[in-house]
Design a protein around this ligand. Structure first.
Ligand code: GRF
Length: 184
């Protein structure tokens, strides 16, 4: 599959995907990285000579994705809601740092997710990779992984434990989806 990875922040999930691609973990290729601003994670694009687009313009984004013949959009810390127009044109998946439907939806992004999890004294949190539909954090779930956070002393520690599992999970999902493509 030809992948487009969408980021807004540090891009550690993007880096995990690039590493997986570089060592041949999956066959898909990250053709382009899209960011809504000059995100710090774009350095991974530059370091690995992967094309990137900084844009908030939906038509420009769609045209670019079509030019690169993209099969799948991977949202990896992308903080902009995906429009119906994009969803009508492409298959989109997202990684979310909780066990959805818990701690998902409006306001639950980044550290806010882990703050809420910590405030509720959860012992288990996790990772969800799901298809994206028009509602936030609501599409069909592809994979969920639980993470033991019973030893975490603050939201930052939870974020770091969950992020380690995110990095493994996202590449596994790409491999699973490309295997499903082959089976068709
Ligand atoms: C991750 O926790 C991801 O689940 C969430 O935003 C964070 C992005 O981290 N959607 P990074 O930019 O991949 O380091």
């Amino acid at each position: 599959m030809n992948l487009a990875v969408f980021i807004s922040g540090g891009g550690s999930n993007l880096k995990a995907l690039i590493d997986a691609q570089n060592c041949g973990y999956f066959e898909s290729q990250i053709k382009i990285i899209v960011a809504n601003k000059d995100a710090p994670g774009l350095r991974h694009a530059r370091d690995n000579n992967i094309d990137y687009l900084i844009s908030k313009n939906e038509d420009e984004i769609i045209d670019t994705l079509k030019n690169y013949d993209i099969d799948l959009l991977v949202l990896a810390g992308y903080l902009v809601k995906i429009s119906k127009k994009i969803l009508d044109n492409f298959k989109v998946i997202n990684i979310h740092p909780s066990l959805l439907p818990k701690y998902g939806g409006k306001g639950f992004y980044g550290i806010h997710v882990h703050e809420a999890v910590f405030a509720n004294k959860e012992k288990i949190s996790g990772v969800t990779v799901h298809y994206v539909n028009e509602n936030l954090d609501d599409g069909d779930i592809i994979v969920q992984k639980k993470v033991d956070i019973s030893n975490c002393k603050n939201p930052k520690e939870i974020a770091s434990e969950v992020l380690k599992v995110e990095h493994k999970t996202l590449k596994e999902v790409i491999k699973k989806l490309e295997e499903e493509e082959c089976a068709h």
